[in-house]
Design a protein around this ligand. Structure first.
Ligand code: FPP
Length: 215
């Protein structure tokens, strides 16, 4: 969900204004994606590198995340969506952890869709942590055992990864799970990435030939 900062700067506003607009867009795109039949959606909300941003911006993002969980949890539970937060929890504040745990608990029996929200997430750290978990259980390290110990084990590998905001890189997102994902990059900034833009990505995805290394 890249481009909140530039979206705000272009309007003469501060970056937090962009994050608020980006946050409002989350609800719109989550509802739309599920209505289009997407089974699992993973949103990159805060990377393990984002702590290095100015404190004011980090605080605003944490506040938005807390509000999101409080505000949308009822809707998520009612729509049979299972909410899972992926990433390292230990650095999050006690009150954010509490709303996350409430959301996860209330939706744990839901099966229609998975909504994974990546907070304090880094793909490399996730792989290291999965291998450690495998070893601590005394299991053999295999592709399957690593997959089963990733944060996203319940929802599987993504078919499509979309990055808004014009940069052409993954920035440590779903490195293991994304081995055969189709990639879609758009210059559209996240707050402007509406239903029409989402449909464009799906349309392009539907024309891709997926060979998974075969011919
Ligand atoms: C990247 O844009 C975006 C982020 C680091 C934060 C994404 C967060 C949200 C959309 C809001 C909160 C999320 C939820 C799930 C409620 P940037 O700031 O790097 O933009 P720039 O590249 O234009 O500077």
């Amino acid at each position: 969900m890249d481009g909140n900062g530039r979206w705000a700067t272009a309007r003469g506003k501060n970056r937090s204004f962009g994050h608020r607009a980006g946050s409002a867009n989350v609800d719109r795109i989550v509802s739309h994606a599920f209505s289009k039949g997407v089974k699992s959606l993973t949103l990159y909300a805060f990377s393990s590198e984002n702590w290095a941003r100015p404190k004011e911006e980090v605080d605003e993002l944490m506040k938005l995340l807390k509000t999101y969980f409080k505000k949308f949890i009822k809707k998520v539970v009612k729509s049979d969506v299972r909410l899972v937060v992926v990433g390292g929890r230990e650095q999050l504040s006690a009150d954010l952890k509490k709303v996350i745990e409430d959301g996860e608990k209330q939706s744990e029996k839901n099966t229609a869709h998975y909504l994974n929200i990546a907070i304090n997430y880094g793909g490399r750290q996730e792989i290291v942590s999965a291998v450690k978990k495998v070893l601590s259980k005394g299991e053999e390290v295999t592709e399957q055992s690593i997959s089963a110990n990733l944060y996203t084990a319940q929802s599987g590998d993504p078919d499509l990864i979309i990055r808004t905001g014009g940069e052409l890189r993954l920035s440590n997102f779903l490195l293991y799970q994304g081995a055969y994902s189709e990639l879609y990059f758009t210059d559209v900034l996240w707050p402007d990435f509406d239903e029409k833009e989402f449909d464009k990505a799906l349309e392009e995805f539907s024309g891709r030939k997926r060979r998974f290394g075969k011919i």
